[in-house]
Design a protein around this ligand. Sequence first.
Ligand SMILES: NC(=O)c1ccc[n+]([C@@H]2O[C@H](COP(=O)([O-])OP(=O)(O)OC[C@H]3O[C@@H](n4cnc5c(N)ncnc54)[C@H](O)[C@@H]3O)[C@@H](O)[C@H]2O)c1
Length: 351
Amino acid sequence: MTPKDNIRFGVIGAGRIGKLHAQNLTTRISGVEVATIADVDLKAAQTLAENLHVPLAVEDYHTILLDPGIDAVAICSSTDTHAKIICEAAQARKHIFCEKPIALDLGHIDSALQAVQNAGVKLQIGFNRRFDPNFRKVHSLVEEGKIGTPHILRITSRDPAPPPISYIKVSGGMFLDMTIHDFDMARYLIGSEVEEVCTAAGVMVDPAIGEAYDVDTAVITLRFTNGAIGTIDNSRKAVYGYDQRIEVFGSNGMIQANNNTPDQDIYFNAEGVHSAKPLYFFLERYLEAYIAEMAEFVQSIHEDTDPPVIGLDGRMAVVIGMAAKKSYLEHRPIRLSEITTPIFQPESYTE
Ligand SMILES: NC(=O)c1ccc[n+]([C@@H]2O[C@H](COP(=O)([O-])OP(=O)(O)OC[C@H]3O[C@@H](n4cnc5c(N)ncnc54)[C@H](O)[C@@H]3O)[C@@H](O)[C@H]2O)c1
């Protein structure tokens, strides 16, 4: 492959996020083409392929892995398939973009990361929020020392509506499916690892979520190795829409990123002062971020550089999620050292 060749993708999974990535790859990102879409629901793959003028739709993703003309895969299938497909794709020498989480247990995550390291292919994990322009600016200002030493991080992350119970049952639960994005943002914004987690959580939105052994509301405190402390508050249902706010407070100031709204107008009348609600959900709110994350993955292949979010970032967010869940279940703060099993040595992964 020469740098000016298009990178040829196979997209695996044609559900909510697969549709979005396939659309971005075919219509919004240059230097790339989608050759094949695979889904166990063949009709879903065919419909998406037809809509996007992708030449081939298949039921079995191995067709993609066996195609020597395909350079990279976007793994957008359900969470329980990710680690196995990462291992197989690495063995087939495909570069890999994989949606979060890598897997729900460290054994499978470590096997996947080992396979990627052995094959020398690129792996990027779908932590799209790092690519949001507002959050990127917060990150840059913190990194440049504009607020001095960071002391407190506050992340508010509330969904407008819970996913179906069938999704909750296979997703890994709120901490590993939803809060995982916030754990990644916490590491990204503070630039330090989390060392201790303490969780208070409950079922306040829908008793069916509790019956599926999950929670829908949580406040999580984080302690970082650099001394900073943080809170994340989550709800599966904010009646006013997708609530995504961030604040970093430090010795020399504070940075806030507030919700994005469809317009900036504020209407005043006798009843009150009115402005638009936040953009409804992740597909609208993070549209730009999803394009940027995939564009940077493609760029990392073209330029043969490290992807901006690597496998170890995916692993760390899962470890923090496991600690958050353990803290909730055991009613005590959990140090990350209680969770991490060093099957896979991080140092050996860094190129
Ligand atoms: N980064 C984000 O913002 C974000 C948002 C939503 C979902 N996700 C992640 O993306 C993944 C998919 O979520 P979704 O909401 O699109 O789910 P979904 O249920 O809408 O779609 C999943 C698709 O994968 C297909 N599938 C399952 N097993 C397969 C296999 N072995 N081979 C091929 N296709 C298979 C299903 O038939 C389905 O069409 C999950 O891991 C989720 O955590 C990430």
